[in-house]
Design a binder for this molecule. Structure first.
Ligand SMILES: Cc1cc2nc3c(=O)[nH]c(=O)nc-3n(C[C@H](O)[C@H](O)[C@H](O)COP(=O)(O)OP(=O)(O)OC[C@H]3O[C@@H](n4cnc5c(N)ncnc54)[C@H](O)[C@@H]3O)c2cc1C
Ligand code: SF4
Length: 326
């Protein structure tokens, strides 16, 4: 489990970072906090010749108010997000989700950009090289078959980041930069829905900023997740709920799930099921059913897909009731 050899490149500005990345395209990995990349490199899932360490690029970190909402630099740590007074007050679903990532030590290192770009996970993939050699390689790395869906040609590894479902509920956008310029897209367009080639990030691009729109400020928010070890683990099912209320009724609402599909996804139909309603048990249960329908877990983890889907149903119902009671 030793680290493979690599050359560490440490740019000080975004321009320098973009040029360095473009110059080594295809043979370089971006490092932000390194909390996922470094373990993956030890497992020989990535063996790049170069690692681009963004941590010296100060302009990529920070949380700022703007006329159109709040801007978060991609290098902002999850700890800074969890503790930010603006975000706690205006976008609580995000601070709640950030506070559940891994452990305090990892949140001090891990960044929002790294959480958005997080590699998808599978029982057959997140293993040492020796383990994978012994049990057989698969489509996502070095092989041509899927142990989870034998006979298939697709990878179903699960996207297992906690903050993206919260960001989806808030209608967040992200900005990517490269020597060709900057492009800004809604976060939901960033994910492909595939387990292997899971994000739409060109080889010379970095994620630079996250935009939270002013129209989502003040939504009540709740995040619930299922994990094996409560103090440190990745989600095996996660639900984010954001609700805006007016006179005891729902004026707007969004529900998103994570860790049960190859991408974090908004639950379709949830907004219509909640809008205009005074939330009660039966409405919360109906939204739980919609979320369970959207969840497509497979045997990518040690917990059964049936259990994870059921927990999506249960957590969604609880999260909707908790958001209504806040
Ligand atoms: C024990 C353990 C438990 C964990 N538990 C959780 C958990 O509960 N929930 C959770 O969500 N995560 C968890 N993680 C994963 C990780 O800590 C977090 O997802 C963290 O936010 C990753 O951010 P990072 O900055 O460390 O990313 P890195 O490890 O630096 O990078 C992750 C990936 O994103 C890419 N990347 C990073 N920043 C950028 C950028 N700005 N532009 C383009 N590409 C970029 C990297 O190239 C890499 O592919 C856990 C990790 C460990 C080791
Ligand atoms: S879902 Fe299949 S192809 Fe993807 S990582 Fe798991 S075993 Fe490999």
């Amino acid at each position: 489990m030793s680290l493979p050899e690599f050359k560490l490149l440490r740019p000080r500005t975004v321009t320098e970072a973009m040029e360095t990345l473009a110059g080594h395209s295809g043979n370089i990995r971006v490092l932000a906090g390194g909390t996922d990349l470094i373990p993956s490199m030890r497992q020989k899932l990535f063996e790049p010749e170069y690692v681009l360490d963004l941590r010296g690029v100060a302009e990529l970190a920070g949380i700022y108010r703007s006329e159109s909402g709040v801007i978060i630099g991609a290098l902002t740590t999850l700890r800074a997000i969890e503790k930010s007074p603006i975000l706690r007050e205006q976008y609580p679903v995000l601070t709640e989700a950030a506070a559940t990532v891994a452990s305090p030590v990892l949140r001090n290192m891990g960044t929002i950009g790294g959480n958005i770009c997080l590699d998808t996970r599978c029982l057959w993939y997140n293993q040492s090289l020796t383990w994978r050699k012994g049990c057989g390689f698969c489509i996502k790395k070095d092989g041509d078959l899927c142990h989870v869906a034998p006979g298939g040609t697709k990878c179903w590894a699960a996207f297992s980041g906690d903050t993206p479902p919260a960001l989806l509920c808030l209608g967040a956008e992200i900005e990517m930069v490269s020597p060709a310029g900057a492009r800004r897209i809604p976060l939901h367009e960033f994910y492909t829905g595939l387990g292997d080639n899971y994000r739409k990030l060109k080889s010379d691009e970095i994620v630079a900023r996250v935009f939270l729109p002013a129209c989502s400020a003040g939504y009540r928010g709740v995040y619930r997740k299922l994990r094996v070890r409560g103090s440190i683990d990745y989600p095996l099912a996660g639900v984010a709920v954001a609700i805006k209320r007016s006179n005891g009724h729902v004026a707007d609402a969004r529900v998103a799930i994570t860790a049960v599909n190859p991408a974090p996804v908004l639950v379709s139909g949830a907004t219509d099921a909640l809008n205009g309603k005074a939330i009660d048990e039966s409405i919360a249960e109906a939204v739980g059913d919609l979320a369970a329908k959207t969840a497509k877990p497979l045997t990518t983890s040690a917990l059964t897909p049936e259990y994870r889907r059921e927990m999506i149903r249960v957590f969604t119902k609880r999260a909707v009731l908790a958001a209504a009671a806040n």
